[in-house]
Design a protein around this ligand. Structure first.
Ligand code: COA
Length: 317
């Protein structure tokens, strides 16, 4: 027994920052960002926190599913930009939405949504859960260096959530880690220990753009091939591919290499930028509410990010 997704929700803060507005304080342009990344605007927090975004997305997913918070057996959240190391975002969500189940966070950066699904699958398999809430919530604007044009133009804030119910909708997954901090890192504060000899590092996202780009394209192509071959499927069996929204050119290049028509990939990066762990559940919520997904459709979710990690899965809608 695995699970099916029975509800989705998302929330982005109302403040929109366009590329033109960014170009007023960083040396960049609307044309460069559209062409090289595909982002047109992003939403950023002003007085909201990552927990606020998470709770709003969670409430919407619960309403969409018709599930009462008290029915939940687990809450799992993922973030690299939460408000506190402890309590976790999931614990704060549990209290604010009025749930009573246990809750914990995972960290798999931008690939976290698929890692959350895989983690939840274990609880369903063992009969420990009938209903679960998963939330990806990010306040990336807090951990972006707004003077670094190589990163600040890419990211955005937002949260996405799904409600799972015991079912047969989780078909297969592939998960990969290539550990190391050379390509992407977000250093933590180092504290004030009088014994430490470590040099403080700035707690901002630091990324080798081109290395990330290559890793992402290779990871997406290899994951999609492995999932199709491993399950005796062809692309014709797949209704839609929902990729992590990191760079439109990454998605286009993967599509070209796999000889998949670009419109088989869902793209919304133009509106939100890269919202890390929230990007796939936000996309799922848009698809769900627009009626584009039909019950029984096979969908591939594919994500990659810091770790380095990549993870992809096939779900039946
Ligand atoms: N505006 C204008 N020019 C910029 C710029 C910006 N925001 N950022 C970089 N440039 C410049 C560079 O300085 C460089 O100039 P130069 O040729 O005079 O030295 C030129 O554009 C090309 O830089 P480069 O770093 O080669 O650009 P790129 O095409 O690789 O694009 C990224 C940079 C970051 C957009 C791209 O590498 C990328 O998206 N990588 C993947 C990132 C990702 O997916 N991260 C999330 C992981 S989950």
């Amino acid at each position: 027994m695995s699970f099916s997704i029975i509800g989705t929700g998302m929330y982005v803060p109302p403040r929109i920052v366009t590329n033109d507005e960014l170009s007023r304080f960083v040396d960049t342009s609307d044309e460069w960002i559209r062409q090289r990344v595909g982002v047109e605007r992003r939403h950023v927090c002003t007085d909201e926190t990552a927990t606020d975004l998470a709770c709003k997305a969670a409430v919407r997913a619960l309403e969409n599913s018709g599930c009462d918070p008290k029915e939940l057996d687990i809450i799992i959240a993922a973030t690299v930009s939460g408000d506190m190391a402890c309590p976790s975002v999931s614990c704060m969500v549990q209290r604010r939405i009025g749930a009573e189940c246990f809750a914990f966070d995972i960290n798999a950066a931008c690939a976290a949504f698929v890692f959350m699904l895989e983690t939840a699958a274990g609880f369903f398999e063992r009969g420990r859960a009938r209903k679960a809430l998963l939330v990806g919530a990010e306040q990336m604007s807090k951990i972006v260096n707004w003077e670094d044009r190589g990163t600040c133009v890419i990211f955005g804030d937002g949260a996405g959530a799904v409600v799972l119910e015991a079912g047969e909708g989780y078909i297969d997954s592939v998960l990969t880690t290539k550990g190391g901090d050379e390509v992407i890192k977000i250093p933590h504060f180092i504290g004030k220990s009088p014994f430490s000899t470590q040099k403080p590092q700035e707690p901002y996202i630091c990324m080798e753009g081109q290395e990330t780009f290559k890793y992402a394209v290779n990871a997406m192509c290899s994951d999609i091939r492995r999932l199709l071959e491993g399950n005796g499927l062809t692309l014709d069996d797949i209704a839609l591919i929902v990729p992590h929204q990191a760079n439109k050119r990454i998605i286009d290049l993967a599509a070209a290499r796999l000889r998949i028509p670009a419109d088989k990939f869902y793209v919304n990066i133009q509106d939100y930028g890269n919202t890390s762990s929230a990007s796939i559940p936000i996309a799922l919520d848009e698809l769900n509410r627009s009626g584009r997904l039909k019950r029984g459709d096979l969908i591939i979710l594919t994500a990659f990010g810091g770790g380095l990690s990549n993870a992809s899965c096939i779900i039946k809608w």
